[in-house]
Design a protein around this ligand. Structure first.
Ligand code: NI
Length: 208
C-alpha cells in the first residue's frame, strides 16, 4: 500500500545516533590538524635551519677568490648588506664588531663577514674602503650578480632593489640577520638586528 510506504520513518533518532560518531571524527580531524601545526612547524623550523648556508665562491676586498672552504675551522659571523646602506648595515656591522671586542682573545676564532647584496656597485675596491671603517678583521665579499644570488639563496636571504631615485641612485631592501656558522660551516643560529653587542658576545662565549 502506497500509504504505508510513505509513512514517515523516525528520522530524529537516526540523526541522534550519528551525533557521537560525527563528533568523534570532527575531534580527531581538529586534533590531528592542531598537532600538525604544533609539531609540524617545529620540525619545519629545524629542517630549514639545517638548510641555511652552503658553499660559495666570492671575491674579498683584496680581489682574492674566497670560498666557504677557505674559512673552515673558523666561526663565521655572516651578514648580508651593501656599502651604500644608510643605517641598518652600519649598525649591524658595528654591533658585530663590538661583540668581538668584548670577546677579547677568543675573537680570533671568529671571522666577521659582510657579503654584498649590491654586486653592481660594491666592487672589491669599494668593499675595501668600507670594511676598514669598521675593523681590520672584517672580510668584505662580493662577486658577480649570479654568485651573490647563489649565496643569498643558500642563506635564505631576501634582497631586492628598491625604487630608483631621480639621480639614478637606489637602495636595496634586504633581510638584516647575522648568521653564526660553526667551524664546520654549518648554521648555528642567527642574531637579529636588535640584539646588542653584549648579548651576541655572551652567546659566543658559551659556544667558543
Ligand atoms: Ni642595509
Amino acid at each position: 500500500m502506497a500509504r504505508a510506504l510513505r509513512k514517515p520513518q523516525p528520522a530524529k533518532p537516526r540523526f541522534r545516533g550519528l551525533i557521537v560518531p560525527v563528533a568523534v571524527v570532527v575531534l580527531l580531524v581538529v586534533g590531528f590538524a592542531a598537532a600538525q601545526l604544533y609539531f609540524g612547524r617545529d620540525d619545519a623550523g629545524l629542517e630549514s635551519a639545517a638548510r641555511i648556508g652552503g658553499p660559495f665562491t666570492l671575491v674579498d676586498q683584496e680581489g682574492r677568490a674566497v670560498s666557504d672552504k677557505d674559512l673552515r675551522g673558523k666561526w663565521m659571523l655572516v651578514y648580508f648588506g651593501f656599502t651604500f646602506c644608510p643605517d641598518v648595515c652600519p649598525t649591524s656591522l658595528a654591533r658585530n664588531d663590538d661583540a668581538l671586542e668584548l670577546l677579547g682573545d677568543k675573537a680570533e676564532k671568529v671571522v666577521p663577514i659582510l657579503i654584498s647584496v649590491d654586486p653592481e656597485r660594491d666592487t672589491p675596491e669599494k668593499m675595501k674602503d668600507y670594511v676598514k671603517f669598521f675593523s681590520p678583521r672584517l672580510i668584505g665579499l662580493t662577486g658577480t650578480p649570479q654568485q651573490v644570488a647563489e649565496v643569498a639563496r643558500a642563506y635564505r636571504v631576501y634582497y631586492a632593489k628598491a625604487e630608483q631615485k631621480e639621480d639614478g641612485s637606489y637602495l636595496i631592501d634586504h633581510s638584516a640577520l647575522t648568521y653564526l656558522m660553526g667551524p664546520d660551516g654549518r648554521f648555528v643560529q642567527f642574531f637579529r638586528g636588535q640584539a646588542g653587542p653584549q648579548e651576541v658576545a655572551d652567546r659566543l662565549k658559551q659556544l667558543l
